[in-house]
Design a protein around this ligand. Structure first.
Ligand code: CTP
Ligand code: MG
Length: 235
């Protein structure tokens, strides 16, 4: 059984939010930085809550951020479970999987740093999770991508096959847990969950992502995000 046998509000969602934001160069977790009148994490959570498909939210965080995160949660209308994060995103997600309600068959995972993902993207991924046991939001790349070694271009992959991975990503909980266990045993280190699915030979379906679904990583991303949000507010 997965989301398909439940009613509309049926999917569980984990938000990895336990990073430090090193590339942002700020004095705190970048998710606590202001973006217009809210923190980045608050924008992410409000979009999740505005979607009609998420019934349970778990936020994975470092304990030193718990008080600030709890304060953000107190201003929202949905209950949120706090889960202790790990050293890497991979470890954080694994902790999140272990903290899911026992009955969970499938799960969406969405980076706290992707605060511009719209409610309809969450709904689209939740719908697709009724059919597929592994999926990622992704968009086709616009640049020509080069494989480079020691400053030298080695090759140019055919752009028709290149997609930029985003989150949400959705999986069967049982299979993703197995993939994480195998990764732990064999010391695999990856930057998204789909990569673990691929490594153990499980299929991963593409769901159309959003060009504006940036992962806020550097100060420039913050400026672009601010511009996009102002445009949305005007409409
Ligand atoms: N993340 C996490 N646990 C970690 C590291 C990252 O939950 N140990 C989360 C981040 O909070 C973020 C998402 O994974 O929402 C994607 O990671 P990234 O954008 O790389 O964020 P940071 O790791 O915080 O940034 P940086 O790599 O620049 O330090
Ligand atoms: Mg990181």
């Amino acid at each position: 059984m997965n989301c398909s046998l439940n009613f509309e509000l049926s999917c569980k969602l984990l938000i990895p939010a336990a990073g430090s934001g090193r590339r942002m160069g700020s004095d705190r977790n970048k998710l606590l930085l202001p973006l217009l009148d809210k923190t980045i994490l608050q924008w992410t959570l409000e979009s999740v809550i505005a979607s009609s498909s998420i019934s349970w939210i778990g936020v994975i965080a470092q304990p030193n951020d718990f008080p600030a995160f709890e304060q953000i949660f107190s201003s929202l209308k949905s209950p949120i479970t706090l889960i202790k994060g790990g050293e890497t995103r991979q470890e954080s997600v694994f902790n999140g999987l272990k903290a899911l309600p026992e009955s969970s068959q499938s799960v969406l995972i969405h980076d706290g740093a992707r605060c511009l993902a719209t409610p309809s993207l969450f709904n689209r991924c939740a719908e697709a999770l009724k059919i597929y046991s592994g999926l990622i939001a992704a968009i086709q790349v616009k640049d020509t991508i080069k494989i480079v070694k020691d400053g030298n271009v080695e090759s140019t992959p055919d752009r028709n096959y290149l997609w930029a991975a985003q989150t949400p990503q959705g999986f069967s909980v049982k299979e993703l847990k197995q993939a994480h266990l195998q990764a732990q045993a064999l010391n695999w280190s990856v930057t998204d969950d789909a990569a673990l699915f691929e490594k153990i030979g499980l299929p991963v379906q593409i769901v159309m992502g959003e060009e504006t679904n940036l992962k806020i990583t550097t100060p420039q991303d913050l400026a672009i995000a601010e511009f996009i949000l102002r445009q949305r507010i005007k409409k």
